[in-house]
Every structure is written in structure tokens, then in C-alpha cells.
Design a protein around this ligand. Structure first.
Ligand SMILES: Cc1cc2nc3c(=O)[nH]c(=O)nc-3n(C[C@H](O)[C@H](O)[C@H](O)COP(=O)(O)OP(=O)(O)OC[C@H]3O[C@@H](n4cnc5c(N)ncnc54)[C@H](O)[C@@H]3O)c2cc1C
Length: 369
């Protein structure tokens, strides 16, 4: 270990996937630093676990489709569990919002949403209230086993030689002559020639990055899971009602629900729950699933989706400082797209760039004047 070391800050999906693909390329001397005592307890452990390839942005859509292919046929030894349950997704619009969904499907053919009869949705989800005006379907999408995916990346990286140190906080970069020479951490200074910032919402901490800060903003979003409900069929697809900003899917015998809130926050506030937002989910549920009224909430929580202003991921070399790389700003798609963003980040670190068609659009250079 020493001066040629690659340090990856953060052991969520961004850091774990990048470490996996770097290590699998034979890159040695990779050290992942994670401030928590275990990996994956922030956004990567607080999400809705929906594999959603129906993303409008073409660059992210491409990454999502590449990643879905990885999840459906992962490399030998990646996981003993299936990584995706292909339950399918209904993307629907409430009455009055049909033109918006029609326009969205027409503008984004690569999302592959197939129009279907609204009656089919009611036949599948009898508890759904009337008021859906249009429905589309994607059978390939579904629900991911996020734990198996994260452990697959971390386990694979470690087996290929990468080291994970938990309980160590990155405090800042040390530089010399326009290049990275190491990192300051809660466990002291560590040499490194390359540093990958993969620390999720904390990429927004301008004071940590100083002159190299980028314009990340974490947005808080709440989820809840109901108690076990006999009327829920575990094979229901994910149900998304556009225009109402409401989605739900089966989870642990009940339903996981989201009201699609998005409030800009500082990272230390991003997992603090706001009762009003949880009540907001409950009132959407009362509208769309009236037979579930008075159902108890088993669990509710909040997590962060972190964006830059153009909502695209930030992956690649920082042109201001040799040896500084980013895999951050993964918004609401960081689990779906983990194989593709991890591979892209690894390309940048190992090769100095990537032939991937989305590489330039996602590179940090676009954010730096
Ligand atoms: C409510 C909600 C629903 C979502 N639903 C979906 C979904 O259905 N499908 C999907 O694909 N995506 C979804 N997402 C998005 C997805 O969860 C994120 O894009 C993804 O988890 C981001 O991964 P990350 O590694 O960048 O961040 P994180 O998982 O937060 O990992 C960052 C890690 O860096 C560590 N860290 C931070 N600062 C430091 C430091 N200074 N030193 C050392 N370590 C540090 C943190 O402790 C953390 O472990 C959802 C997100 C939320 C909040």
C-alpha cells in the first residue's frame, strides 16, 4: 500500500460498484473508506429497490438497460440469490393527466413502455380506486435485492484484492503541484495517487472539497411500509401513478409506498423524517387504495437522492486536479444503474477515459466553467 494507491470514499453503490469493476480489471491497491461501521446504510440501504429502466434521459436509460442485463445474468460467483424479481411496472396516469403520459411516451420511445388497457390494471390490482385514465406496462422491470447486489460488489472487490475499512471518515484531499497526493481521514493521513469521491449526499459538502467542490444537492424523500395486508398479492407489479406523484409495490406482505416528495436538505437532515410528508403518503394511499384506510404503518423513513442541476450522473475525472474522480449525483437511479456507473468510473480511473457513448455527457467537466 502506498503512493500508487486508489482510495474510494464511500461504500454505497457508487463506491462498491466502482471498486468491483476496478478490482476485476486487475487493478491493485484499492482502499475503500467508509465512515460508518457497516456499508450501505445510507441511500443504498434506504431506497425503494425498483429496477426502473424506463428512464427518460437517454444517457441514464442506456446505463439502466446495460445494468439490467448485468443483474439478470451476473458473473459467476457474484451472488447466490437472484438479483431481480421481474414483477413488471405499470406507469399510469390519472384521468386528466393522460396527455402528459402520452406525450412522455411519444418523446421517450427508448423507455419501451407499452400502452395497455386500463382494465388490465384493475384486474391485476383490484384494490386500486377508479380514476386511472391511461396505463402503460414494462414487463422487464421489477424489484431488486439491494443487499445481495451491494454484497456482490463488495465481496467481489475484496476477493480480487480491494480492502474495505469501515469507521474511517474522509476529511479532505491533500494535493501538491496540481495533483492528488492523499487524503486526510479520521484515522490520519493516507497516501494515494487517485481518489474516487463516491460518498453520496456528502459529495455536496463544499467545505470538504474546497476549490474542487461541485454543485450537488441532496433531496430528501420518504417511504413507508404498511403492516401485512391479506389483500396484497406479492406478485403485484410496481404501480406508478404519474401526475399524482404516488407509487407503491408489495413489500414484506404489505405495501411500500412513496409520495415522491423532494425537499432540498443538508446531508445531516436528509434522514430525519417529517411527519407531514408521511401523512402526505397516507392521504395519497387513502385516495388510491381506499380499502386500506386505517391500515397501520409498520415502518417509515427518509433518504437522500442527490442531484446536480442537469440531473445526470457525475462520473469521471475532475479536470481541475489530476487524480481526482467522481461517481456521484446518482439521483433516483443509483441502484438500478450500479453495474454501468461502476464500470464507467473504473474505466476513467484505469484508462483515463471511457469509450462508452455516455461518457462525455456524464463527465464532471460539463459542470466546471
Ligand atoms: C427514498 C428513495 C428511493 C429510491 N428509490 C430508488 C429505486 O427504486 N431505484 C434506484 O435505482 N434508486 C433509488 N434511489 C436512489 C439510490 O438509493 C441512490 O442513487 C444510491 O443509493 C446512491 O448511492 P451512493 O453510493 O451514491 O450513496 P450512499 O448509498 O449514500 O453511499 C455513500 C456512502 O458514503 C459514505 N460517506 C459519506 N461521507 C463520507 C466520508 N466523508 N468518509 C467516508 N465515507 C463517507 C456514507 O456513509 C455512505 O455509506 C432511491 C433513493 C431514495 C432516497
Amino acid at each position: 500500500m502506498g503512493k500508487e494507491r486508489i482510495i474510494i470514499v464511500g461504500a454505497g453503490m457508487a463506491g462498491a460498484a466502482a471498486a468491483y469493476f476496478l478490482a476485476r480489471r486487475g487493478v491493485k491497491d484499492i482502499l475503500i473508506l467508509e465512515k460508518e461501521l457497516i456499508a450501505g446504510i445510507h441511500s443504498s440501504g434506504l431506497n425503494a429497490a425498483i429496477l426502473r429502466t424506463m428512464i427518460a434521459e437517454p444517457e441514464l436509460n442506456r446505463l439502466a438497460r446495460e445494468s439490467a442485463a448485468f443483474y439478470l445474468a451476473p458473473p459467476e460467483g457474484f451472488s447466490t440469490e437472484p438479483l431481480v424479481d421481474k414483477t413488471g411496472i405499470y406507469l399510469t396516469a390519472s384521468v386528466g393527466n393522460e396527455p402528459t403520459l402520452q406525450g412522455w411516451c411519444a418523446d421517450n420511445p427508448e423507455t419501451g413502455m407499452e400502452p395497455i388497457d386500463v382494465a388490465a390494471v384493475y384486474a391485476r390490482i383490484p384494490a386500486l380506486a377508479r380514476g386511472i385514465g391511461m396505463a402503460t406496462w414494462k414487463g422487464d422491470d421489477g424489484v431488486m435485492d439491494v443487499h445481495a447486489i451491494l454484497q456482490g460488489f463488495l465481496g467481489g472487490a475484496r476477493r480480487a484484492g480491494a480492502e474495505l475499512r469501515t469507521g474511517v471518515e474522509f476529511l479532505g484531499l491533500r494535493t501538491d503541484g496540481g495533483r492528488v497526493t492523499g487524503v486526510e481521514t479520521s484515522a490520519g493521513f493516507m497516501d494515494a495517487s487517485k481518489v474516487l469521491v463516491a460518498n453520496g449526499a456528502w459529495a455536496s459538502c463544499a467545505e470538504v472539497f474546497g476549490a474542487y467542490a461541485l454543485s450537488f444537492t441532496p433531496h430528501r424523500r420518504h417511504l413507508l411500509v404498511t403492516e401485512v395486508l391479506p389483500q396484497v398479492d406479492a406478485r403485484w407489479p410496481v404501480m406508478w401513478i404519474a401526475g399524482e406523484e404516488f407509487y407503491f409495490r408489495p413489500e414484506s406482505g404489505g405495501l411500500l409506498m412513496c409520495g415522491c416528495d423532494a425537499v432540498a436538505v443538508a446531508p445531516d437532515q436528509g434522514e430525519v423524517t417529517d411527519t407531514a410528508q408521511i401523512e402526505g403518503i397516507a392521504s395519497k394511499a387513502a385516495r388510491w387504495l381506499p380499502s386500506l384506510e386505517n391500515v397501520r404503518v409498520a415502518k417509515a423513513w427518509a433518504g437522500m437522492r442527490t442531484f446536480v442541476p442537469d440531473d445526470l450522473f457525475v462520473i469521471g475525472a475532475d479536470p481541475r486536479l489530476e487524480g481526482l474522480y467522481w461517481n456521484a449525483g446518482l439521483g433516483g437511479h443509483g441502484v438500478t444503474c450500479a453495474p454501468a456507473h461502476g464500470r464507467l468510473a473504473a474505466d476513467w480511473i484505469a484508462d483515463g477515459g471511457s469509450p462508452h457513448p455516455a461518457a462525455t455527457s456524464l463527465a464532471p467537466a460539463r459542470l466546471i466553467r
